[in-house]
Design a binder for this molecule. Structure first.
Ligand code: ZN
Length: 416
């Protein structure tokens, strides 16, 4: 059980397929070929060694497409103000981008043709030092090159409003969404934990990355690869990891909109590069035009900011399983156990992929292998949302209502 005063976002605050479907990973076939662990000098030997020891090869039967910390084994108890859970509720859906189940399932997350046209396997693989985190002085609060949106989304309607912690899947179908936060504040340049991406690609495991907008800008080439890859969904994690319970009005909205804008800029660049390589327009069209979901930095929100992301068309995705990897020096064994003890059908698991996730690379192969063995399919968050009824609440918390209030005192506006 972690200490209550320790931030899951790291010491200083910022912790730190071709078409929709998912891939089933065969537990039998999973076996230990070394995964390429992140190996920057700031990474511990523990991580590197663990990554090698626990590495994995997970075979897949691809039906591609798609597809914070632990402490307590107990689930959130009293859940106040449930926002929407009536299973039969028909959703009033804006026409432009329907949020209904079938439509979410039908979405694609990228294009293998684009990915392979633009990068070799070697170029996609992780490199040493990429997970390193660098302090910035002075802090960088500059906006993206273009701060307005060309691809706005229609506002959300229930049941996609509220803070979504998991999805009640139809017939308790064993789906699980692994998510990796790529947090970056104004006062640092965070890392890219390529070992995670290597493991996911090798095992054909769909996953969702919640990227800060500034992270997207500072890691443009890696961001382009994640956006292009049909295995991965790239979600929105705020421009500079702002604490959205403290920020208000324009400052809060900029966190979300600037990140959407940066994604659009990268998506346009990606399309231009793919077109120049002669990739079919149909393939390029498989790459989402915008981020589709949002994760509140620090897992904090206010009523106003929760409503604001809904107006901007982004379901707020929290988690029901905290890996615990944001605790500095966390052991892979604890991360593994935390996840495996908590996952149930429709779970959303939070990890960190920005160099602030301790034990993640080393624990991931065993987590994937065991969940596959239990019959789980890995899916992206947007796919999961279409596979049942979102379980959403009117407030944001880690595991119990009120348990993240201390971040306001610790991090203030949170952006650094
Ligand atoms: Zn974060």
């Amino acid at each position: 059980m972690r200490k209550r005063d320790q931030s899951p976002f790291g010491k200083r605050g910022s912790s730190a397929a071709k078409r929709p479907g998912s891939s089933r990973v065969s537990g039998n076939q999973a076996r230990g070929k070394p995964g390429k662990g992140g190996s920057g000098p700031l990474l511990t030997r523990r991580r590197l060694i663990g990554g090698l020891a626990a590495g994995v090869v997970i075979a897949l039967a691809v039906r591609t497409g798609q597809l914070p910390h632990h402490a307590a084994k107990s689930r959130p108890r009293a859940v106040p103000r449930a926002v929407a859970k009536e299973p039969e509720a028909e959703v009033a859906v804006p026409a432009a981008e329907p949020q209904g189940n079938a439509d979410r399932r039908a979405k694609s997350f990228g294009s293998a043709a684009v990915l392979t046209a633009l990068w070799t396997t070697d170029e996609l693989r992780s490199q040493p030092n990429e997970a390193r985190i660098v302090r910035l002085r002075p802090a960088d609060h500059t906006p993206p090159d273009r701060a307005s949106l060309r691809q706005p989304l229609p506002p959300l309607s229930p049941p996609f409003t509220g803070s979504i912690r998991r999805v009640k899947t139809e017939n308790d179908e064993k789906l699980v969404a692994l998510t990796f936060d790529l947090c970056e504040r104004a006062d640092d340049v965070a890392g890219y934990e390529g070992g995670i991406v290597d493991i996911l690609r090798e095992g054909r495991v769909p996953a969702t990355f919640y990227a800060g907008g500034k992270w997207l800008r500072s890691h443009a080439e890696r961001a382009l690869q994640l956006i292009a890859d049909p295995l991965f969904e790239v979600g929105n994690h705020g421009w500079t990891h702002g604490n959205m319970r403290v920020l208000e009005g324009e400052a809060a909205e900029q966190q979300v909109v600037w990140t959407m804008a940066e994604y659009e800029i990268l998506r346009e660049r990606l399309a231009a590069r793919a077109e120049a390589k002669g990739v079919d327009a149909e393939e390029i069209a498989r790459i989402p035009l915008s981020t589709r979901t949002f994760r509140f930095p620090y897992g904090t929100c206010s009523e106003a900011t929760l409503a604001m992301v809904g107006r901007l068309g982004l379901p707020a995705i929290q988690w029901d399983v905290i890996s615990g990897d944001a605790v500095k020096g966390q052991s892979p064994e604890t991360v593994r156990r935390s996840v495996l003890d908590q996952v149930k059908p429709g779970s959303i698991v939070v990890f960190h992929g920005n160099g602030r996730g301790s034990g993640t690379v080393a624990a991931l192969p065993a987590i994937v292998r065991e969940l596959a063995h239990r019959g789980y399919r890995f899916v992206n968050v947007s796919y999961l949302l279409g596979a049942g009824q979102p379980v959403a609440y009117g407030e944001c918390y880690e595991l119990r209502p009120g348990d993240n209030q201390r971040y306001d005192r610790l991090f203030g506006a949170g952006t650094g």
